[in-house]
Design a protein around this ligand. Structure first.
Ligand SMILES: [Zn+2]
Length: 268
């Protein structure tokens, strides 16, 4: 059976995260950064990530026609129209998708109800490649519906959406991995894209560090919009990660699923 590019990109966007988490889990065991005992949360993270992905996938599949029908009347920016040479317009679309994720991520730290969902991801105090999979199903669904709605409104070309999803699935596993690329590579990459040492700052237990570096792939949204923090207060492998409010929490699927609904006040 022949699989074409669209199917390959679709598969990579949805299943790629698990494949790349596998690769980087092997790599971080070989070249660990800091002194984690061993990947401590792998099974739970895979299960939570798998559940969230399946729920978001099926709900999005079944609702996307309805969303598209409702929103297509607002089709005011046609990125797929041949105004620019196609390569350049695709590059702009790719950057715009990255901006959408930056904005949604930043809002998830600022709006209390969204923070309740997003803090599930931040509750991991041992950030490793598989932490990239840990999102509450309701958060995965919210981000999916919000991003898809914007794609419909601006008539985003499907190929770019899939290509971004495929690249991002590799990058998410990379930035959460507990490994450090060689210094020269880290320095070079971090001028353009997020690296593990930069993303660790976003997972810091210190609020002023956690509320910075919201970008997905590219660093310049944070640089332009005043949320950029290139250096942490501690050196990279001494950053304390996680959240004060979930310290010592039993790391189980049940506890993570219930976390957004816990009674206590939750401050982003
Ligand atoms: Zn975050």
């Amino acid at each position: 059976m022949f699989i074409g590019w669209p199917e390959l990109l679709l598969l990579t966007a949805w299943i790629g995260p698990f494949f790349f988490v596998g690769l980087f889990t092997i790599a971080e065991r070989r070249w660990p950064d800091g002194a984690y005992p061993k990947e401590p949360h792998l099974k739970t993270n895979l299960f939570v990530g798998g559940t969230s992905t399946l729920i978001a996938f099926f709900l999005l599949q079944s609702t996307q026609d309805v969303i598209a029908d409702k929103l297509s009347i607002y089709d005011f920016v046609d990125f797929s129209a041949p105004v620019l040479p196609s390569f350049l317009s695709y590059v702009l679309c790719f950057l715009f998708i990255d901006f959408i994720y930056y904005a949604l991520h930043r809002l998830s730290h600022q709006i209390p109800i969204l923070w309740r969902l997003h803090k599930v991801h931040h509750s991991d105090d041992r950030v490793t490649a598989s932490t990239g999979l840990v999102h509450h199903p309701l958060e995965a669904l919210f981000i999916g519906v919000a991003a898809f709605s914007i794609y419909v409104i601006v008539n985003m070309p499907a190929g770019v959406i899939l290509f971004y999803g495929a690249i991002n699935s590799l990058h998410v596993a990379f930035v959460h991995s507990n490994m450090r690329p060689p210094f020269w590579l880290d320095q070079g990459l971090s001028k353009i894209i997020y690296t593990p040492s930069l993303h660790k700052i976003h997972h810091s237990i210190r609020k002023e560090e956690g509320n910075s570096n919201f970008g997905m792939i590219f660093v310049f949204w944070d640089q332009v919009l005043a949320s950029w923090k290139p250096h942490a207060s501690a050196n990279s492998n001494a950053i304390l990660m996680g959240l004060d409010e979930t310290k010592g929490m039993n790391w189980s699927t049940k506890a993570l699923m219930q976390l957004p609904f816990r009674r206590e006040k939750s401050v982003p």
